[in-house]
Design a binder for this molecule. Structure first.
Ligand SMILES: Nc1nc2c(ncn2[C@@H]2O[C@H](COP(=O)(O)OP(=O)(O)OP(=O)(O)O)[C@@H](O)[C@H]2O)c(=O)[nH]1
Ligand SMILES: [Mg+2]
Length: 214
Protein backbone atom coordinates (compact mmCIF):
# COMPACT_ATOMS: atom_id res chain seq x y z
CA UNK A 1 0.00 0.00 0.00
CA UNK A 2 1.30 3.41 -0.92
CA UNK A 3 1.12 5.78 2.04
CA UNK A 4 -1.28 8.63 1.37
CA UNK A 5 -2.57 7.20 -1.93
CA UNK A 6 -6.33 7.91 -1.71
CA UNK A 7 -7.26 5.74 -4.69
CA UNK A 8 -5.63 2.68 -3.18
CA UNK A 9 -6.92 3.47 0.29
CA UNK A 10 -10.49 3.70 -0.99
CA UNK A 11 -10.24 0.22 -2.44
CA UNK A 12 -9.31 -1.21 0.92
CA UNK A 13 -12.70 -2.38 2.09
CA UNK A 14 -13.21 -0.17 5.10
CA UNK A 15 -9.87 -0.74 6.84
CA UNK A 16 -8.27 2.32 5.24
CA UNK A 17 -6.91 5.25 7.16
CA UNK A 18 -5.18 8.38 5.98
CA UNK A 19 -1.51 7.67 5.30
CA UNK A 20 -1.44 3.96 6.15
CA UNK A 21 -3.66 0.94 6.67
CA UNK A 22 -3.65 -2.07 8.98
CA UNK A 23 -3.61 -4.19 5.83
CA UNK A 24 -0.07 -3.10 5.10
CA UNK A 25 1.19 -4.77 8.33
CA UNK A 26 4.33 -6.86 7.77
CA UNK A 27 6.29 -8.87 10.33
CA UNK A 28 9.54 -7.14 11.26
CA UNK A 29 11.06 -8.80 14.30
CA UNK A 30 10.45 -10.87 17.38
CA UNK A 31 12.14 -9.41 20.47
CA UNK A 32 12.88 -11.13 23.73
CA UNK A 33 13.81 -7.82 25.35
CA UNK A 34 12.61 -4.24 25.08
CA UNK A 35 16.11 -3.18 24.02
CA UNK A 36 15.73 -5.28 20.83
CA UNK A 37 12.69 -3.31 19.62
CA UNK A 38 12.89 -0.68 16.83
CA UNK A 39 14.14 2.80 17.71
CA UNK A 40 12.29 4.41 20.60
CA UNK A 41 11.91 7.55 18.48
CA UNK A 42 9.36 5.75 16.25
CA UNK A 43 5.63 5.33 17.03
CA UNK A 44 3.81 2.14 17.99
CA UNK A 45 0.57 0.71 19.35
CA UNK A 46 0.77 -2.27 21.71
CA UNK A 47 -1.73 -5.13 21.81
CA UNK A 48 -1.99 -6.36 25.40
CA UNK A 49 -4.29 -8.50 27.51
CA UNK A 50 -4.72 -11.82 29.26
CA UNK A 51 -3.42 -14.96 27.59
CA UNK A 52 -5.92 -16.38 25.12
CA UNK A 53 -8.02 -13.17 24.92
CA UNK A 54 -7.24 -13.08 21.19
CA UNK A 55 -4.48 -10.45 20.77
CA UNK A 56 -2.75 -12.26 17.92
CA UNK A 57 -6.09 -13.08 16.28
CA UNK A 58 -7.03 -9.39 16.37
CA UNK A 59 -3.78 -8.46 14.60
CA UNK A 60 -4.52 -11.05 11.93
CA UNK A 61 -8.08 -9.82 11.47
CA UNK A 62 -7.08 -6.15 11.25
CA UNK A 63 -4.32 -6.95 8.75
CA UNK A 64 -6.48 -9.32 6.70
CA UNK A 65 -3.70 -11.90 6.95
CA UNK A 66 -4.62 -15.02 8.94
CA UNK A 67 -1.00 -16.13 9.07
CA UNK A 68 0.65 -12.90 10.21
CA UNK A 69 0.69 -13.54 13.97
CA UNK A 70 0.69 -17.05 15.45
CA UNK A 71 -2.47 -17.98 17.30
CA UNK A 72 -3.24 -20.99 19.43
CA UNK A 73 -5.99 -22.64 21.46
CA UNK A 74 -3.43 -23.07 24.24
CA UNK A 75 -2.84 -19.93 26.32
CA UNK A 76 0.70 -18.55 26.49
CA UNK A 77 1.39 -18.88 22.77
CA UNK A 78 3.04 -15.48 22.25
CA UNK A 79 6.31 -15.44 24.18
CA UNK A 80 7.97 -12.44 22.55
CA UNK A 81 7.41 -8.80 21.64
CA UNK A 82 6.34 -9.33 18.02
CA UNK A 83 6.64 -6.26 15.87
CA UNK A 84 4.68 -5.50 12.67
CA UNK A 85 5.41 -2.48 10.50
CA UNK A 86 2.44 -0.62 8.99
CA UNK A 87 4.35 2.40 7.60
CA UNK A 88 7.73 4.08 7.94
CA UNK A 89 8.45 4.31 11.67
CA UNK A 90 4.93 3.02 12.54
CA UNK A 91 4.46 -0.35 14.26
CA UNK A 92 1.95 -2.68 15.90
CA UNK A 93 3.44 -4.70 18.78
CA UNK A 94 1.88 -8.00 19.86
CA UNK A 95 2.77 -8.58 23.54
CA UNK A 96 2.88 -11.84 25.51
CA UNK A 97 -0.35 -12.36 27.43
CA UNK A 98 -0.56 -12.33 31.22
CA UNK A 99 -2.49 -14.37 33.75
CA UNK A 100 -1.72 -17.86 32.50
CA UNK A 101 -0.86 -20.05 35.48
CA UNK A 102 1.12 -22.71 33.63
CA UNK A 103 3.95 -20.46 32.47
CA UNK A 104 7.25 -21.30 34.23
CA UNK A 105 8.50 -19.04 37.04
CA UNK A 106 11.50 -18.02 34.96
CA UNK A 107 9.27 -17.01 32.02
CA UNK A 108 6.87 -15.14 34.25
CA UNK A 109 9.68 -13.23 35.99
CA UNK A 110 11.29 -12.41 32.67
CA UNK A 111 8.09 -10.95 31.18
CA UNK A 112 7.09 -9.22 34.40
CA UNK A 113 10.41 -7.41 34.25
CA UNK A 114 10.38 -6.67 30.51
CA UNK A 115 6.73 -5.53 30.39
CA UNK A 116 7.37 -3.33 33.44
CA UNK A 117 10.26 -1.77 31.56
CA UNK A 118 8.18 -1.50 28.37
CA UNK A 119 5.27 0.31 30.00
CA UNK A 120 7.52 2.29 32.30
CA UNK A 121 9.97 3.63 29.74
CA UNK A 122 8.88 3.09 26.15
CA UNK A 123 8.45 6.53 24.60
CA UNK A 124 7.34 5.18 21.20
CA UNK A 125 4.15 3.80 22.81
CA UNK A 126 1.32 6.06 21.54
CA UNK A 127 -1.63 3.97 22.64
CA UNK A 128 -2.62 0.63 24.10
CA UNK A 129 -5.20 -1.71 22.62
CA UNK A 130 -6.40 -3.82 25.53
CA UNK A 131 -7.92 -7.10 24.32
CA UNK A 132 -10.45 -8.65 26.70
CA UNK A 133 -12.51 -11.83 26.39
CA UNK A 134 -16.05 -10.42 26.55
CA UNK A 135 -17.22 -13.41 28.60
CA UNK A 136 -14.67 -12.63 31.29
CA UNK A 137 -14.66 -8.82 31.33
CA UNK A 138 -11.91 -6.72 32.91
CA UNK A 139 -9.89 -8.59 35.56
CA UNK A 140 -7.51 -7.47 38.30
CA UNK A 141 -4.45 -7.87 36.06
CA UNK A 142 -6.10 -5.71 33.40
CA UNK A 143 -6.75 -3.00 36.00
CA UNK A 144 -3.10 -3.08 37.05
CA UNK A 145 -2.11 -2.45 33.44
CA UNK A 146 -4.72 0.30 33.08
CA UNK A 147 -3.28 2.00 36.18
CA UNK A 148 0.21 1.99 34.61
CA UNK A 149 -1.18 3.52 31.42
CA UNK A 150 -2.99 6.25 33.36
CA UNK A 151 0.18 7.13 35.20
CA UNK A 152 2.05 7.71 31.95
CA UNK A 153 -1.02 9.32 30.32
CA UNK A 154 -1.10 6.92 27.38
CA UNK A 155 -4.48 6.53 25.61
CA UNK A 156 -6.31 3.23 26.00
CA UNK A 157 -8.90 1.53 23.80
CA UNK A 158 -10.48 -1.70 24.94
CA UNK A 159 -11.76 -4.43 22.60
CA UNK A 160 -14.36 -6.78 24.06
CA UNK A 161 -13.30 -9.63 21.79
CA UNK A 162 -15.09 -12.92 21.04
CA UNK A 163 -18.41 -11.02 20.91
CA UNK A 164 -19.61 -13.84 18.62
CA UNK A 165 -19.70 -16.08 21.72
CA UNK A 166 -22.58 -14.09 23.26
CA UNK A 167 -26.09 -13.17 22.13
CA UNK A 168 -26.37 -9.57 21.00
CA UNK A 169 -28.23 -8.44 24.16
CA UNK A 170 -25.68 -9.95 26.50
CA UNK A 171 -22.80 -8.50 24.46
CA UNK A 172 -24.32 -5.01 24.63
CA UNK A 173 -24.96 -5.33 28.36
CA UNK A 174 -21.28 -6.17 28.86
CA UNK A 175 -20.29 -3.25 26.66
CA UNK A 176 -22.33 -0.81 28.77
CA UNK A 177 -21.02 -2.26 32.03
CA UNK A 178 -17.39 -2.08 30.88
CA UNK A 179 -17.86 1.45 29.56
CA UNK A 180 -19.18 2.48 32.98
CA UNK A 181 -16.26 0.83 34.79
CA UNK A 182 -13.74 2.54 32.52
CA UNK A 183 -15.44 5.90 32.94
CA UNK A 184 -15.15 5.53 36.69
CA UNK A 185 -11.60 4.20 36.88
CA UNK A 186 -9.86 5.05 33.60
CA UNK A 187 -10.82 8.57 32.54
CA UNK A 188 -10.96 8.85 28.78
CA UNK A 189 -10.55 5.16 27.91
CA UNK A 190 -12.86 3.91 25.16
CA UNK A 191 -14.35 0.46 24.51
CA UNK A 192 -16.07 -1.42 21.68
CA UNK A 193 -17.37 -4.84 20.74
CA UNK A 194 -15.11 -6.93 18.50
CA UNK A 195 -14.97 -10.38 17.00
CA UNK A 196 -11.74 -11.50 15.39
CA UNK A 197 -13.47 -14.64 14.10
CA UNK A 198 -16.45 -12.86 12.54
CA UNK A 199 -14.39 -9.83 11.46
CA UNK A 200 -16.64 -7.49 13.42
CA UNK A 201 -15.57 -4.05 14.68
CA UNK A 202 -12.62 -3.59 12.30
CA UNK A 203 -13.47 -0.09 11.08
CA UNK A 204 -14.00 1.37 14.55
CA UNK A 205 -10.77 -0.15 15.81
CA UNK A 206 -8.68 0.92 12.81
CA UNK A 207 -9.94 4.49 13.17
CA UNK A 208 -8.60 4.58 16.75
CA UNK A 209 -5.22 3.16 15.68
CA UNK A 210 -4.99 5.65 12.82
CA UNK A 211 -5.56 8.51 15.24
CA UNK A 212 -2.77 7.31 17.53
CA UNK A 213 -0.28 6.66 14.74
CA UNK A 214 -1.18 9.70 12.61
N1 LIG B 1 -14.92 -17.46 18.90
C1 LIG B 1 -13.86 -16.69 18.84
N2 LIG B 1 -12.63 -17.19 19.10
C2 LIG B 1 -11.56 -16.35 19.05
C3 LIG B 1 -11.69 -14.96 18.72
N3 LIG B 1 -10.47 -14.39 18.78
C4 LIG B 1 -9.61 -15.38 19.12
N4 LIG B 1 -10.25 -16.55 19.28
C5 LIG B 1 -9.64 -17.87 19.64
O1 LIG B 1 -9.04 -17.72 20.92
C6 LIG B 1 -7.84 -18.51 20.99
C7 LIG B 1 -6.66 -17.64 21.41
O2 LIG B 1 -6.37 -16.72 20.38
P1 LIG B 1 -4.94 -15.98 20.29
O3 LIG B 1 -5.08 -14.92 19.25
O4 LIG B 1 -3.83 -16.96 20.14
O5 LIG B 1 -4.87 -15.31 21.75
P2 LIG B 1 -3.68 -14.44 22.39
O6 LIG B 1 -4.34 -13.41 23.24
O7 LIG B 1 -2.75 -13.93 21.34
O8 LIG B 1 -2.99 -15.52 23.33
P3 LIG B 1 -1.48 -15.52 23.94
O9 LIG B 1 -0.52 -15.30 22.80
O10 LIG B 1 -1.40 -16.87 24.54
O11 LIG B 1 -1.43 -14.44 24.96
C8 LIG B 1 -7.68 -19.16 19.62
O12 LIG B 1 -8.21 -20.46 19.66
C9 LIG B 1 -8.51 -18.26 18.70
O13 LIG B 1 -9.01 -18.93 17.55
C10 LIG B 1 -13.02 -14.47 18.43
O14 LIG B 1 -13.26 -13.29 18.15
N5 LIG B 1 -14.05 -15.38 18.52
MG1 LIG C 1 -0.74 -14.23 21.09
Amino acid sequence: MVAGDPAKNEADNGTSQPGWTCRSARFVLSANKVTQLPADSDAEVAFAGRSNAGKSSVINTLSGNAKLARISKTPGRTQALNCFRVADGRYLVDLPGYGYAKVSHAQRNHWHHELGRYFGQREALRGLLLIVDIRRGLTELDWQLIAMLRERRTPLHCLLNKADKLASNAAHNNLHRTRGQLRERAGGATVQLFSASKRRGIEECCAVLAGWLA
